[in-house]
Design a protein around this ligand. Sequence first.
Ligand code: DUC
Ligand code: ZN
Ligand code: ZN
Length: 469
Amino acid sequence: MTEVLIKGGRIVTAVDDYVADILVKDETIEAIARHIDQPTAEQYDASDLIVMPGGVDVHTHMQSPVGDTETCDTFETGTRSAAFGGTTTIIDFAQQEYGETPKHALDRRLALAEPQACVDYGFHIILTEVTNEALSELPDLINYDGVSSFKMFMAYPGVLMVDDAAIFKTMRKVGSHGGMVNLHAENGGVIQVLIEEALAQGNTSPKYHALTRPQIMEAEATHRAIRLAELAEIPVYIVHLSAKEALDTVVEARDRGISAFAETCPHYLFLTNEEYDRPGFDAAKYVMTPPLRDHHCQHALWRGLKFDDLQIVSTDHCPYCFNESPYGIYKSKQLGADDFSKIPNGAPGVEFRIPLLYDGGVGGGRISLNRFVQLTSTAPAKMFGLFPHKGTIAVGSDADLVLFNPNRSHVLSASTHHSNVDYSLFEGRQVTGKVEKVFLRGQLVVDGDRWLGKPGTGRYQKRAASGRM
Ligand code: DUC
Ligand code: ZN
Ligand code: ZN
């Protein structure tokens, strides 16, 4: 039996803050008390450190094909990077290809992830073709396969976009089984018109990615998604919310008592659309969807986090290299060197979510320490059916524990991160607060700069209902 004793740490959950010892037996927390003596256990001194529950990042794209492109992290490299950043559970995506059933998509992704995963993982299923056969599979996917959330795109016509009828039918089907629909909320038809106009005028540089995706088209789709969910009487979750106008729509619905939830991402909290003024093609590093917004949006998002208008911070880790080498053009931003609409959409960040949010949120006086844990671990675990195994420190919970030094400064950089991607959105940013040790179900996997984990130790998580907060 593996026994681990973590001594004298400051235990911080979404609601607690106290100093105690934690005894782990095998994979779960056995006891928490002021003083525990267990000479047979491996001992770790956590005095002067925060001990918090492992991070839960509910929006990543590892080894993820979209059209011809594929993200450049494998499940192995991406989940190792997550672990170094204090994240011990991810929820990634299983995308239904045209002609494929959702169940087949899940099985395909499970087979890929299983030998590689270095942290625990689940999947949302991306539905692209809502046939009767696909709909008929959804209850079993929720009840037996543990997939209680389904992502649908209101953008990218001809590639991923589905219409309102498909969204509504899905909502009606999954609602009574504890399912939830996650929406990429942008008006894809209108955006397509704007993209074609820009290209026809010879506007091909990366900044036109942002200029063709207006904030009010995010708000319009957010509003539509929420109204569809309201009619279907099901909770709804807006992914990667970036625009103030979209947030206003969520707030209005929540004030009416609708179960409308939303996440935002570190890049919207720490960067603005000024990045698109970078010279040459460098701005392509910031081509993610939705694009970076202005200072007003950033301010509104921080306010939203503070007052629970936004419930979760996830990364939308969707890494494409800036350079063509070494992974090839289809994993590189260079694919869109002559045409912004061909730049693969997405940006990396799975390793930096926790240090960034601690530094800018807690250190910056914008959110409390408890709220920080809630946003990065507890709320995502509750939202997506992983609580109480994940998302807290309690007797019986999985011993996913992060020992975090709140006083240690370090510099975020692609030269030291553990992802395959060759750049960072936050290159050179100094932050205070560093992940020192990470335990995955009681096993020490990160110790300072040392990697002690193994591919394949991450375990698939069958999830309970989503959105029943
Ligand atoms: N949406 C995502 O969720 N991730 C990457 C790109 C996108 O449009
Ligand atoms: Zn999206
Ligand atoms: Zn995404």
